[in-house]
Design a protein. Structure first.
Length: 414
């Protein structure tokens, strides 16, 4: 081959190789001799762009997020397009049910997520031209160690007595009380001012100055999702609870006269003979709120410190009828079938509870215990007087009414 032919062949090969290099490159500049190749690539990129969906998908939280909310996480939205498919699963592959909105612009799960769980989301959307866009994300929800819950009473939809406070017990110690309290609001249709009071780092009760107005509706809103209650410990609850206040019933137990007057709207509707705590085991005095009701329950003295020389309970009655709790330390007002009928109204014999005449089996409609139990609701007030004992502690049960309004407000963090 002559030198001229060899040079011509090299020139052709170089041109071919240069074309391959230009077509395979993603970007970059070159000398003026590559200008024709750049123009070709620009046309290729422009054509590819025309085939790309305009739909813009957004997933929250962002991919890789830790300590994500169990309430507001997993929100999917799209602009310039419509959602066609959203798949959400746990890391183990369990499906999470959800629904695309009617306008196909958003999606969310049907239920609250689980704590300390990793979730994966795969989303498909189409734009007006039918071109698909895809987006994927993975995140992990907040762990129990890094979150707190508030367990509240009364229950949503319940009807309670005029003395029932809103009581919230947190499962972690709260150091940032102001932030948490600001996330909790309690309002009533009666217009009464409601103030929350911290008894300790885990319990906050809320009530008005006077008893709730009968017939009113109370609303508790917990907007605690993401609220930092302590260093690195966040709330996870978004909840609204409503309950109704029933008739205004307050009962007055007089340990001196050994009688109980049951009143509604201030008028006595029934007087019942009682037997309160003996001189050796006096009943607490003060305002007490019914927190639980049991048609029958077991009462063992050993559980509240009443034991004999052998360490056994001084009493162990497995079928106490018509028992209504007045304190967390064990004060009840309940039926008594084992005592002589003559003690009611004449002598105080109990270990600190308030006893009413009753019959074994809790089915005798003709006895005082049956009547009182069936005419009482959780949240009713029992005022115990003239026992000779100290006033019950405000945090022993739902008994914050034993604190005056100034003291109560002083326990607010806001």
């Amino acid at each position: 081959m002559t030198n001229s032919r060899r040079r011509k062949g090299l020139t052709v090969a170089s041109a071919l190789l240069g074309g391959v290099l230009v077509l395979s490159a993603c970007s970059g500049g070159g000398d003026a001799s590559a200008s024709d190749g750049d123009t070709s690539q620009s046309k290729v990129d422009e054509a590819a762009a025309k085939k790309t969906s305009e739909a813009q998908i957004k997933i929250t939280p962002e991919d890789g997020t830790d300590n994500a909310s169990i309430n507001s996480s997993a929100a999917v939205t799209v602009s310039k397009g419509s959602l066609t498919e959203v798949k959400m699963t746990t890391a183990e592959g369990a499906a999470v049910e959800g629904a695309i909105s009617a306008d196909k612009a958003s999606w969310k799960p049907n239920a609250q997520l689980e704590r300390s769980t990793t979730y994966k989301i795969a989303v498909t959307a189409k734009d007006a031209k039918g071109l698909e866009a895809h987006e994927n994300a993975s995140f992990t929800t907040v762990s129990p160690d890094n979150s707190f819950l508030g367990y509240f009473t009364p229950e949503d939809g319940s009807t309670v007595g005029v003395g029932m406070p809103v009581s919230i017990n947190f499962d972690k110690s709260i150091s940032n009380k102001a932030a948490v309290q600001k996330g909790v609001t309690v309002s009533t249709t009666s217009g009464q001012e409601v103030v929350c009071h911290w008894f300790n780092d885990t319990r906050m009760d809320c009530r008005p100055d006077e008893y709730w107005q009968e017939g009113s509706t109370v609303t508790l809103k917990m907007a605690l999702d993401g609220v930092e209650g302590a260093d690195g410990v966040f709330g996870v609850q978004e909840k609204t609870v409503t309950f109704k206040i029933g008739r205004n019933q307050v009962s007055y137990v007089d340990a001196k006269t050994k009688q109980m007057k049951v009143t509604q709207d201030g008028k006595t509707i029934k007087t019942i003979p009682i037997s309160a705590g003996s001189p050796e085991n006096k009943t607490y005095q003060g305002v007490m709120v019914m927190s639980e009701k049991f048609k029958e329950t077991r009462m063992n003295g050993a559980t509240v410190g009443f034991t004999d020389d052998d360490g056994k309970g001084e009493y162990d009655i497995k079928d106490v009828p018509h028992a209504i709790r007045l304190s967390s330390s064990g004060t009840f007002i309940h039926g008594n079938y084992w005592g002589a009928k003559s003690i009611f109204g004449s002598v105080n014999t109990s270990h600190g509870c308030v006893g009413l005449s009753d019959t074994k089996g809790a089915n005798d409609k003709g006895v005082a215990g049956y009547w009182f139990y069936n005419n009482s609701i959780v949240g009713d007030v029992v005022v115990v007087q003239n026992t000779g004992d100290k006033t019950i502690a405000p945090d022993n049960g739902l008994n914050g009414w034993n604190m005056d309004w100034a003291q109560w407000k002083a326990g607010s963090a806001v």
